[in-house]
Design a protein around this ligand. Structure first.
Ligand code: MLT
Length: 409
């Protein structure tokens, strides 16, 4: 058979496995080094007791003929969908219908799969740096050329996120078919204000663009006046889908559960100029290619919304955010320019002395035995920046700060 040629346009390895490969190589060559990993944003606290109890109960149900369940509803069980509607949306004055919520096995899959709904020649816009899945999945689908010497893929519209624009670019003068926005942002940790989001919704409506709003980190927002959902902005139901995840909010990185909201008002232009429903298209895709997240996992996810679940997962988020505060303070004391980490579990810092992101990765690993993520791995405008994750034990975070002070302070 002939292979998809678009894969040749991608770097050989996806960012995080590549980092893992380099760190394993370093650790093998330096067996005495106590390496602390602040690279991939992977949670370290165990699942909250309320979630564990619910999942144990669900396993017991699966063990009895009377309560055993086979295939579930592809869109998700009502008990989870209703909990999502009530707690994530109605509580913030937003109405989302049950058949607009599609429970999945996580936002990484949703963000990679969503592009199947876009025309083959759709113009895709991204902020830069950006979560690599948005770009890579569109490269795989053939919506770009091969990357140029500056690392940019021809055909993509890049909107640089820089310190000058507080890492929140404004809408461009031109239109696009699709704009990916992530707030709180991975990797920069920046959060979008209501004004920013309002400007983006107006832009999308003016240009008949779709906003893919990734809210995987909304639970880390510390200021309740900031928007958590794009649907808090008037008009967003006509121009935006929203991704949410239990990974960072409830420690589900290894359990896998998330959901995508696709409002029924959303329309796109079909081949003959007719307006087609993205909700109907996603429903068709989801039911064709996915048989639903497992019952046990969905029971665990629903337990996040119980009073105990909310209190316990809230305490975990507060714990990680205290880690972020300690990291920020330690980095600033060691002389780094630091951003993010106030409404997100990621700290974004400028690499010192004009070193490139990968040079700093090697230096940090070699001199402090710390692992982070090179900013350039998230896009060309990430060059000269570096991301540290706040997901780790308190002891490791304090040790990391001590090493940063010793090596760079
Ligand atoms: C990250 O470190 O950027 C995230 O863990 C990646 C992901 O959520 O897939």
């Amino acid at each position: 058979m002939r292979a998809n040629p678009n894969f040749q346009k991608l770097p050989a390895g996806y960012l995080f496995p590549e980092i893992g490969r380099r760190v394993r190589g370093y650790a093998a060559a330096h067996p005495d080094a106590k390496v602390i990993r602040l690279g991939i944003g992977d949670v370290t606290e165990p699942l909250a007791p309320a979630i564990i109890t619910a999942m144990h109960g669900a396993v017991d149900e699966m063990a009895r003929r009377e309560t055993f369940r086979g295939y579930g509803p592809e869109q998700g069980y009502d008990f989870l969908v209703e909990a999502i509607r009530a707690h994530d949306y109605q509580a913030r004055g937003v109405e989302v219908a049950a058949d607009e919520i599609f429970v999945s096995d996580g936002s990484k899959c949703d963000s990679g799969n969503l592009q199947e709904l876009f025309a083959a020649d759709a113009v895709i816009a991204v902020t830069d740096p950006v979560y690599p899945v948005y770009v890579d999945s569109n490269v795989m689908a053939g919506r770009t050329g091969a990357p140029g010497p500056d690392g940019r893929y021809p055909g993509l519209v890049y909107l640089p996120s820089t310190a000058q624009n507080d890492f929140c670019p404004s809408p461009p003068d031109r239109g696009a078919d699709v704009m990916y926005l992530c707030s709180p942002n991975n990797p920069t940790g920046a959060v979008m204000t209501r004004e920013h989001l309002t400007a983006w919704v107006a832009w999308a409506r003016q240009h008949d663009a779709l906003i893919v709003f990734d809210a995987a980190y909304e639970a880390y927002i510390q200021d309740d006046t900031l928007p958590r959902s794009i649907y808090e902005i008037a008009g967003a139901r006509e121009c935006a889908v929203e991704m949410r995840s239990f990974s960072k909010r409830a420690g589900f990185t290894g359990v896998r559960c998330g959901f995508l909201v696709v409002p029924k008002e959303l329309r796109a232009t079909g081949a003959g100029g007719e307006r087609v429903s993205l909700n109907a298209m996603w429903s068709r895709r989801h039911t064709t290619k996915f048989n639903g997240a497992s019952y046990v996992v969905q029971k665990g996810a629903a337990a996040v919304y119980t009073p105990d679940g909310l209190a316990q997962t809230g305490a975990q988020i507060a714990f990680y955010m205290e880690n972020a505060r300690i990291l920020r303070a330690g980095l600033a004391k060691a002389g780094f320019a630091v951003y993010g980490g106030e409404h997100a579990p990621y700290i974004w810092l400028e690499t010192p002395r004009g070193t490139t992101s990968w040079q700093f990765f090697d230096e940090l690993l070699d001199r402090a035995h710390l692992v982070g993520t090179p900013g350039s791995g998230f896009g060309p405008s990430g060059e000269g920046y570096f991301r540290l994750s706040a997901f780790n034990s308190r002891a490791n975070v304090e040790e990391a700060v001590a090493r940063l002070g010793k090596v760079f302070g």
